[in-house]
Design a protein around this ligand. Structure first.
Ligand SMILES: [Zn+2]
Length: 400
């Protein structure tokens, strides 16, 4: 293999975390949450020369003690039982296990704990091993609650990682969630905590799960003003999404001053995503990590941890979108000039039910013209202003 060049490539600043055990997180054959996307993405990066098997740092299985940082003991016990095939009918209503969204499956405890362990490993790589950035694409299960599974999520790796960073490293954490669905589990876990700030930009909950994430959800008690939500209109396109994201990120990072930025990179805001109603393209996934990376260097001495999340077009969207996160993080953007590797296309096209796109970016005629575009942009701007109002009023107070 040719020697790879590129600024940052061979430095020890960034780490890619993955273990095959993370692929065991699979409810059943027809379920939309499919971790095969991790294999397809890793393979795209291998073919591109952006990742070698020896570059990968293994995840680990989170311990019960670590899960207890966020989750209730009786909930963990229920997951353990379900994992062994002992599912009681009461688990459905008591713990959200055995629902259509989050059915029980053998080994579900271990599979979920390996996703959590990947994000915890990412944290330790940054805080204890001196890396600047770490990526665990197996993580991002933002709907998991303290005592309940929800929306395909069993254990909430980001919530656990945040609590872990708070206790072990005393870090002030900014969590940024750009999944098309509201990052409810993480938001509610830290709703009262002034040292954890959550920002979620998502499709409005009017017609989409979980229905929460209104601009007026701002935190509670001491945590008031450290929870931000920007619900976007259905059919929102790249430019409006990116504008809102950039403005919110700049203002929130500057006022909150985090020690670390944790980004959840759900890839389900794309036009092709079967579960949501936004009109994003790959341009979105090019810009999102770029800004996070830039701000992490500007405000957090580079500390940036990234996880995956939603993403249900596992062929046309997720591999390109998540590869872009790693290319940005590892300083290998220039490799995109090589295009999508032919061998990768040939290998996976035989399995893919849809035609795999041959470029890193999407064709502009991918979807029909949205006549309400101007109206949607205006509405999103109003929502942005409404959400950030709390920052403006506090900086006015400090000026006075
Ligand atoms: Zn989602």
């Amino acid at each position: 293999m040719a020697k790879r060049s590129g600024v940052g490539r061979m430095t020890d600043e960034h780490v890619f975390i993955f273990s095959p055990e993370q692929l065991n997180y699979r409810f059943h054959e027809e379920h939309p949450f499919n971790q095969k996307r991790l294999s397809i993405t890793n393979d795209l990066l291998f073919h591109l020369g952006a990742l070698r098997p020896e570059d990968i740092t293994p995840a680990r299985e989170a311990t019960i003690e670590e899960l207890l940082l966020v989750h209730d003991e009786e909930y963990i016990q229920a997951v353990l039982n379900a994992s062994e095939g002992q599912v009681r009918s009461s688990y459905r209503t008591a713990f959200g296990i055995g629902t259509d969204d989050t059915p029980a499956f053998p080994g579900m405890h271990q599979a979920a704990a390996w996703l959590v362990g990947g994000t915890l490993e990412a944290v330790d790589q940054v805080f204890a091993k001196g890396k600047k950035h770490a990526l665990n694409l197996g993580g991002g299960l933002h709907h998991g609650f303290r005592g309940r599974a929800s929306g395909f999520c069993i254990y909430n790796d980001s919530s656990i990682a945040i609590e872990y960073m708070r206790r072990k490293y005393g870090a002030r954490v900014l969590y940024v969630d750009t999944d098309a669905h509201h990052g409810d589990g993480v938001q509610w876990a830290f709703y009262n905590d002034p040292d954890v700030c959550t920002l979620s930009i998502h499709e409005s909950g009017r017609f989409l799960f979980p229905g929460t994430g209104n601009a007026n959800e701002r935190g509670h008690g001491d945590g008031y003003g450290t929870s931000f939500n920007i619900p976007l209109e259905a059919f929102t396109e790249d430019d409006s999404f990116i504008h809102v994201y950039k403005e919110a990120m700049r203002e929130i990072v500057a006022s909150f001053k985090p020690d670390v930025i944790l980004t959840q990179n759900g890839a389900d805001s794309h036009y092709y995503d079967p579960l949501t109603h936004l009109c994003g393209t790959l341009k979105l996934y090019h810009e999102i990590p770029r800004i996070a990376h830039e701000l992490a260097h500007e405000y957090c001495e580079g500390r940036w941890i990234a996880v995956g999340g939603g993403g249900y077009d596992i062929w046309r969207v997720v591999p390109r979108a998540w590869s872009m996160v790693w290319l940005e993080m590892s300083g290998q953007r220039h490799l995109q000039k090589k295009g999508i590797p032919k061998q990768w296309l040939e290998k996976w096209q035989t399995e893919s039910p849809v035609t795999l796109p041959e470029g890193w970016f999407d064709r502009t005629d991918m979807y029909p013209h949205i006549p309400r575009q101007k109206e949607i942009q205006k509405k999103n701007l109003r929502t942005l202003k409404q959400s950030l109002k709390v920052i403006e009023s506090s900086s006015e107070n400090s000026k006075a």
